[in-house]
Design a protein around this ligand. Structure first.
Ligand code: GAF
Length: 393
């Protein structure tokens, strides 16, 4: 059954990270920060097309605890499975004068990238421990949470001007330049800006947001991890991005946000069938997301659920980023009485599904999904959380 994320709280994760700091570095952690992962309710592969997304921040997240040091070395220990086992990396602080660049191990590049691009830098020496309860490779933005937790930690060590949008943009830049992943802005943005009890409709072109309440006690959001590990730094994600840019250019638009279905139909034969289908997903998904946010505001969960299913089908058939396991999980969820809708969430190629359902149907749904699924699923029932924060020690 689902982990009771809310009841467990942040305490054990923070305490374990502080103990690990004391053990590894021989002194207490004096500063701590936390940043959440996210689940996207709808609006997939629209962010890098200037479109709408509707994510919520999770109660699952990443903590980074640490202390300033006298020397100009940065030492970071991760206890999360990101590195398979506890793993220490050390490198000279940028304040020493030499810029950081991506290196092995890969997990540390999210931290290095944020340190390098930090707006309050150059960053001095410090010791730190990273710990996380976000399932890795589950498509719930463990990497964005690590970037945003790192930035929030640095804000205490050497404060910047506190601009939150700029913070999300720096974390995205770290991912582009140090992890080689040309992601959109959704994951870092929601990890910074999440609001308790709300999903956030983000216009990824203007970066304006609308808070959409998600506090109805009769409603639940169930995340199901297929436990098929998703990796997005391969060629598929960048290729989808390029295809979208190609379609927008052929339509004479700066992004697919500005294109209509009618524009697309006119250009169909010149685009080629595959690029046409990629663009059809994006244009229809942007419209669906705006409509879904309205449906959620209106508490029209039936409509929201139908749009989730359309989104999944479009990601599966037109954008081709689903996989058999995700399709199985969605099909099983939709067989349960009390389920409004279900879809793959995040980048795809594995990871999680998200299901909107009556709270009273949650246990039944988990049982049925697990029984129907050919693999082993893991479930999370989580309420929308706030964004990144400093933790008092
Ligand atoms: C990944 C990316 F990091 C996001 O920017 C977004 O494009 C998402 O895939 C798909 O909606 O999480």
């Amino acid at each position: 059954m689902a982990e009771a994320v809310a009841e467990r709280g942040l305490g054990p994760l923070l305490a374990a990270a502080c103990r690990a700091h004391e053990a590894a570095f021989g002194g207490p952690a004096l500063l701590a920060a936390w940043a959440p992962g996210r689940v996207n309710l709808i609006g997939e592969h629209t962010d890098y097309n200037g479109g709408f997304v509707l994510p919520m921040a999770l109660q699952l997240g990443t903590v980074l605890v640490g202390s300033p040091t006298k020397d100009e070395t940065i030492s970071i220990l991760t206890t999360s499975a990101e590195a398979d086992k506890p793993h220490l990396v050390q490198f000279p602080a940028p304040r020493q004068g030499s810029p950081l660049s991506p290196r092995q191990p890969r997990w540390a590049n999210y931290v290095r990238g944020v340190i390098q691009h930090y707006r309050g830098g150059p960053v001095p020496g410090f010791s730190a421990v990273v710990a996380s309860d976000i399932p890795l490779g589950g498509g719930l933005s463990s990497s964005a949470a690590l970037e945003v937790a790192t930035y929030t930690f640095l804000q205490q060590l050497c404060p910047d001007d506190g601009d939150l949008v700029a913070k999300a943009l720096v974390c995205q830049k770290a991912e582009h330049t140090f992890a080689g992943m040309p992601c959109g802005i959704m994951d870092q943005f929601i990890s910074v800006m999440g609001k308790e009890g709300h999903a956030l409709l983000i216009d990824c072109r203007s970066l304006e947001t609308v808070l959409v309440p998600l506090t109805d006690a009769s409603l639940a959001v169930l995340i199901t991890n297929s436990n098929v590990r998703h990796t997005l730094t391969g060629s598929e994600y960048p290729m989808r991005r390029r295809q979208c840019e190609q379609a927008a250019a052929a339509l004479g638009k700066s992004s697919l946000r500005d294109a209509t279905m009618a524009d697309l139909e006119v250009a169909r034969s010149s685009l080629g069938e595959e690029v046409y289908r990629r663009a059809r997903h994006v244009i229809s998904e942007i419209a669906r997301t705006a409509q879904a946010a309205q449906a959620l505001q209106d508490r029209d969960y039936g409509m929201f659920g139908r749009l989730m299913v359309e989104s999944h089908n479009s990601l599966r058939d037109d954008y081709e980023v689903s996989c058999l396991e995700l399709d199985e999980l969605v099909a099983a969820a939709l067989e349960v009485n009390g389920v409004y809708g279900s879809r793959m969430t995040g980048g795809g190629f594995g990871g999680c599904t998200v299901t909107l359902l009556e709270a009273g149907a949650a246990e039944r749904a988990q049982r049925h999904i697990q029984e129907s699924y050919s693999g082993t699923a893991t479930f999370y029932l989580t309420k929308p959380s706030g964004g990144a924060k400093v933790l008092p020690l």
